[in-house]
Design a protein around this ligand. Structure first.
Ligand code: FES
Length: 183
């Protein structure tokens, strides 16, 4: 066999172009396959938004405890603040806050102990810790996001780290002393 011919075959520019195009197309399809589900997750369909509200039994949540639930496919934290946690939140001057809101504004009148927020860090969407038994509540006693260290206080307000805003408070109403409807 002529070695020059073999050399020519491997380095045939058309053949190399084909291989390159094939590799790029394959990578492109892979990227779309990865990105599409993420885009879908970030844009909840009208179906999800129109979903029925969530009813939560709050009768078993003791002061100082929180539970994780879910609302429209997102984590939801329901927390029964102790008098000390309420006092800690009220003691903070609004001027010190990145996203100034009082605990009063973030809860229902007369039920300042019930803090109901989405369990979604406002930085890049991780689920903060602090709603489970023994979880790290962070330096401000509320919630702590392990992804990049955002720390929220007992009113769910951002106090440290990269998150730009407080944990989101969804619409909710108390049906009774033991049941709250979110949404
Ligand atoms: Fe929570 Fe970045 S996602 S700090």
């Amino acid at each position: 066999e002529d070695p020059a011919l073999l050399h020519e075959e491997v380095h045939d520019p058309r053949r190399r172009d084909f291989i390159n195009i094939a590799a790029v197309s394959f990578a492109g399809v892979g990227a779309i396959a990865i990105v599409l589900p993420l885009v879908n997750q970030m844009n909840p369909s009208a179906d999800v938004l129109a979903q029925a509200s969530t009813e939560i039994d709050i009768s078993k949540i003791a002061p100082g405890q929180a539970i994780k639930s879910s609302f429209r496919k997102q984590p939801l934290f329901v927390r029964n603040l102790t008098p000390a946690e309420i006092a800690a939140a009220d003691a903070v001057s609004l001027n010190e806050l990145r996203d100034p809101q009082s605990l009063e504004e973030r809860t229902k009148a007369g039920k300042k102990n019930w803090l109901i927020t989405l369990g979604v860090c406002t930085h890049l969407g991780c689920v903060p810790l602090g709603a489970g038994e023994g979880e790290n509540k962070g330096p401000f006693g509320g919630y702590f996001c392990p992804c990049h260290g955002s720390a929220y206080d007992t009113a769910g307000r951002i106090r440290q780290g990269p998150a730009p805003t407080n944990l989101h408070v969804p619409e909710y109403t108390f049906n009774s002393d033991t049941v709250v409807t979110v949404g």
